[in-house]
Design a binder for this molecule. Structure first.
Ligand SMILES: *Cc1c(COP(=O)(O)O)cnc(C)c1O
Length: 460
């Protein structure tokens, strides 16, 4: 499989080069040259595969023979061998019409591990094959950083620097990142919001010369490998349910950067039968407004109980726009230029109807999120984390009665500050409670590209 950019300036590059490039050199995002199609017969054969076996089948379609199958299998077995649940992403039925897909059984208790354990293995594989050092640079609203660091800490041939917004990540998220004391890890606490961190990263990656001379690599969901790895659990859950005779389920997806839900869209485009994809946001609801009104307009940043979704500029949105406009790179380039000058993108009514045929959207207010946690706990005994609660609340709001899979993107222990507001007590898993007495390793930086670059030059 070859990869190309949403802005038309890059094409014909292989999977490994696409992983290494991260953001495309023309400023766009990389996508496969064609979306592999999976027929009914193949889907039937995939039913009953274990998670790593299914991942091998799905990812082979996007990687081809660039990584020999036995080697890819070894990478996937290593990636998912770190998960605490033998099913990797177990499906828990809460009600006849509601199941949660627990994506948080990896090392850092958030769904980011599903993709980043694999990406860590992939980078180590590439470093071994090429004998070069890989410098990873990323921004995090909390979960990506911890997960990426966990994916590569101590690994030969890799150095990683992660920016997080100082004081705007949860206590556990901060501890998961900053208690790591491996020499190949640098944590930068940046004065600003996640959007500032992401902007700085994008600027540094857009500096092609800097990127080349330091072999800078991305871990954010601008990296195509992450999205591809995430398509797997949509297949896993849908095949499991339809195998039991259920109708094609809806998926409710707590959304920030449009990464996870884009993976669901991709799975659907590959041929997986799914119902509506429910785009659940919090009070930072620009994507909800896009689905409802056809206008994408980043606005004022709000701090909420679901900080990993406190995002205004959704970096994967461009990938969706590209498919909405039938892979028209010129149209996407024009839209992205307009976003820069006018601060918004508006699509016409026919396109809005197309969007609404795929997605339903709902923005969950802070109080509603806490109420959803309380209600679910009272009626089922199941404790939702605040992100998952946004997904559940959105699903309940939009169409009760239809079978829905709510993606459980984090373990509630990661967000105890918010859970405590509901009056519900929880016991932390030992891997989390053990973090509190460890010493911390973090460097502060003001919110400018120069300050971050200076720290990077010192570290690399
Ligand atoms: C990252 C994250 C999200 C949002 O995922 P996107 O791919 O950015 O849409 C939701 N919930 C949790 C817990 C996360 O860590």
């Amino acid at each position: 499989m070859k990869y190309k950019s949403t802005r038309g300036g890059v094409s014909g590059i292989g999977f490994i080069d696409a992983v290494l490039m991260g953001l495309a050199d023309d400023g766009g995002l990389l996508v496969p040259e064609s979306i592999p199609q999976v027929g009914e017969e193949t889907l039937r054969q995939w039913r009953g595969l274990s998670y790593p076996e299914l991942a091998l089948e799905v990812l082979s379609l996007f990687i081809g023979d660039e990584i020999p199958r036995p080697e890819l299998k070894a990478l996937l077995d290593a990636s998912y061998g770190t998960f605490r649940d033998p099913e990797v992403t177990p499906l828990v039925r809460l009600r006849e019409d509601l199941a949660v897909l627990e994506l948080f059984h990896g090392p850092t208790f958030a769904f980011k591990d599903v993709a980043l354990q694999f990406l860590g293995q992939l980078y180590a594989y590439i470093a071994r094959k090429t004998g070069s050092v890989i410098h990873i640079l990323g921004a995090t609203s909390g979960d990506t950083g911890a997960s990426a660091i966990e994916g590569v800490r101590g690994k030969e041939g890799i150095r990683i620097c992660v920016l997080h917004p100082d004081g705007k990540v949860s206590r556990v998220q901060e501890l998961q990142m900053t208690t790591v004391n491996d020499a190949n890890v640098l944590n930068l606490a940046v004065d600003g919001t996640f959007d500032d961190c992401q902007r700085i990263i994008k600027e540094l990656f857009a500096d092609v010369e800097f990127k080349r001379s330091y072999h800078l690599r991305a871990i954010n969901s601008i990296n195509i490998a992450r999205l591809l790895a995430q398509t797997v659990y949509y297949f896993y859950a849908a095949l499991k349910l339809t195998g039991e005779g259920a109708a094609a389920p809806r998926f409710s997806v707590p959304t920030g950067n449009f990464g996870d839900i884009f993976a669901g869209y991709l799975a659907e485009r590959m041929g997986l039968a799914v119902g509506k994809l429910i785009l659940a946001t919090n009070e930072n609801n620009i994507l909800e407004r896009f689905v409802r009104e056809g206008v994408y307009r980043p606005g004022e940043f709000r701090s909420t109980h679901s900080p990993s979704m406190d995002i205004q500029v959704a970096s994967n949105f461009e990938r969706f726009l590209y498919y909405l406009y039938e892979e028209d790179a010129a149209a996407v380039s024009a839209f992205m230029a307009r976003l820069k000058t006018d601060g918004e993108i508006a699509i016409p009514a026919d396109k809005r109807a197309a969007v609404q045929g795929i997605f339903d959207a709902y923005g969950v207010q802070n109080q509603e999120c806490l109420d959803a946690i309380r209600e679910c706990h009272a009626s089922t005994g199941y404790l939702l984390d605040p992100h998952t609660a946004c997904g559940v609340a959105a699903a309940e709001r939009l169409a009760k009665g239809e079978l829905t899979v709510a993606l459980a993107t984090a373990h509630p222990a990661k967000f105890d500050e918010s859970i405590r507001l509901t009056g519900i007590g929880q016991t932390f898993p030992p891997a989390i409670s053990g973090l509190f007495d460890k010493s911390r390793h973090v460097t502060r930086a003001d919110g400018s590209e120069e300050a971050v670059k200076a720290e990077l030059l010192r570290f690399f």
